[in-house]
Write a protein that binds this ligand. Structure first.
Ligand code: ATP
Ligand code: MG
Length: 254
């Protein structure tokens, strides 16, 4: 398998002098094409910081990030933006959104940046909206959607340019279990069917166990990096299904 991301001796320090805080300490890590990786750990342990650096949204204080073998820490901003736009998809809540633009405009933004023609942009964006079942909201203002719908728009935008890697920070946080399940199915469907590499930050142990690898972080260090056994993956998946069936039954009784 190809290495898609490699991180060497990564350190991230925020602030200077008396207020300096080292959020990541000498991290070494390789992620391979087609993996699904969960990053877990307590609040403040450094998960989002690590994710932002892997996704080239932030720079390390020390160390290197290689994307497909290319040292991204040496790239110019323009090349960095291009690489990110072509290969990555983001599902980050704080990334949200141009509130006053339509749902469609929000979803086609990566294609606009990639300079696709107007017709192609619209076609691809509508396809992505269809996948998240929001094509009928295409013309609505983004700000007028519900929380779960906004999250699904983020997913549509994340997948619209057929990325190789999807980064998701708490993709199911703040969602009801049915909507959360839908988003989980979507992400893992892309992983299994199209070989998209998934990197997911989550507090949800069951979601983490659906991944084939779990990286645990504590105080800015990796404390474990385990492959999830197929049978625990299956158990987590079964638990989800029986929970979904329970919720469905409860709703039918109402
Ligand atoms: N811009 C910043 N300036 C200073 N400190 C920061 C900054 N961003 C994050 N930190 C600190 O770095 C540490 C790691 O933050 P990070 O956001 O990576 O945590 P996290 O594991 O994602 O937590 P959560 O689960 O709460 O989202 C925290 O102690 C945080 O306060
Ligand atoms: Mg975080």
């Amino acid at each position: 398998m190809d290495k898609v991301i490699e991180v060497k001796n990564l350190t991230k320090t925020y602030g200077k002098k008396a207020t300096a805080f080292t959020a990541l300490k000498d991290i070494n890590l390789s992620i391979y094409e087609g993996e699904s990786v969960a990053i877990v750990g307590k609040s403040g342990s450094g998960k989002s910081t690590l994710m932002h650096i892997l996704a080239l949204l932030d720079k390390p204080t020390k160390g290197e990030v290689l994307i497909d073998g290319v040292n991204a820490t040496k790239l110019k901003n323009r090349d960095l933006n291009k690489l990110r736009n072509e290969r990555f998809g983001f599902v980050f809540q704080q990334f949200f959104m141009n509130a006053n633009d339509s749902v469609l405009e929000n979803v086609l933004l990566p294609l606009k940046i990639a300079k696709l023609s107007r017709g192609k942009r619209k076609k691809q964006a509508m396809e992505a909206l269809k996948i998240v079942e929001l094509e009928q909201k295409a013309k609505n203002k983004a700000t007028n959607l519900s929380g779960g719908q906004k999250q699904r728009v983020c997913i549509a935008r994340a997948i619209v340019n057929n990325p190789k890697i999807i980064f998701a920070d708490e993709p199911t946080g703040n969602l009801d279990s049915a909507t959360g399940d839908k988003i989980t199915d979507l992400l893992f469907g892309l992983n299994k069917e199209q070989g998209v590499t998934l990197i997911i930050v989550t507090h949800d142990e069951d979601l983490a166990k659906l991944c084939n690898r779990i990286i645990r972080i504590s105080d800015g260090k990796i404390i474990s990096d385990q492959t999830v056994r197929k049978d625990s993956q299956k158990k987590a998946s079964n638990r989800r299904e029986s929970e979904a069936a329970r919720v469905k039954k409860a709703n039918e009784r109402k």
